[in-house]
Write a protein that binds this ligand. Sequence first.
Ligand SMILES: [Mn+2]
Length: 363
Amino acid sequence: MEVKEKIRRVRQWLEEKELDALLLTHMVNVRYLSGFTGTAAVLYITKDRALLLTDFRYTEQARSQCPDWEVVELKNGLDEWLPEALQEDGCRRVGVEAAHVTVARWRLWKEKLRQRWGSGGPELVAAESPVEELRMIKSEEEIELIQRACVLTDEAFQHILSFLRPGVSEREIALELEFFMRKKGAEGRAFDFIVASGPRSALPHGVASEKKLAAGEAVVLDFGCIYGGYHSDLTRTVFLGPVSAEQQQIYDFVRQVQEKVRQEIKPGLTGAQADALARDAIAAAGWGDRFGHSLGHGVGLEIHEKPSLSVRSETVLRPGMVVTIEPGVYFPGKGGVRIEDTVVITSDGCRTLTTAPREMIIL
Ligand SMILES: [Mn+2]
């Protein structure tokens, strides 16, 4: 979507919400709307102005990256600028991103308005940002960047297989994954990697520890990278032999469930209906209480974004949404299995962007 079109959509939203202005402080939303990749800027949008506020460090960068925005260099900070601007523009109701403004900042802004106007001044409105909704549907260019992040992630998985052996620590594995992807062009890791082996594989969020791998253990590897600002997310569970019949059975089951979801997910389903594709199958196997997290989440400029594939998600899936599909079952004290892919919803189903092998791997 062109920047001008994004601004038009936000203005449409302003009208619907009967707001005179929106102040966007969440850097990811700032980047999405303006193209600005620096670390400090705020967007201010009214029905006829679109300002990018930044400071001396970033003025020049913002002018070159954001031709559709009027770049303003803040001299005395945003908190002083805001009441001035609201007065100048005659704004009565100004929206702020409720999920991204601290209580301290909210109080400070209210106090600044009160100092200037007493009780009759402009009203701050805690709003749900319209930008997170826009971000749910990815353009071809965005999908291409996510795809490239996924390719690097798949390559890192292939690479790490030769590195896994008894005695290697989870931390060393996490570092090697990150080093490999960054050498190949990734900007960074997508999140703190999960490398969870043996009994730790039962921890759905077992961030890599000092624990060393041992024979007979499952190893859950959950990792991804950032490319062009966009994230990837992949989980594979591999085994250091020998593998028990029980491990084999659990693995085959999770793999089947994950495959079924990728075959059946399609536009028109709600996030909750997608989640149920996995949850019902796992419950039917008698392991309902062993799958305690949601099926998946949106992926884009953030590793976790809308839509969520979870019990309570009413969001309807649409083509262009990029989500993870990551069912798992976990047995405390023993171990767990999770298999996760990043997929893009298409007109009649989904296309899987991560392609690392899903067959059981025993090293
Ligand atoms: Mn994930």
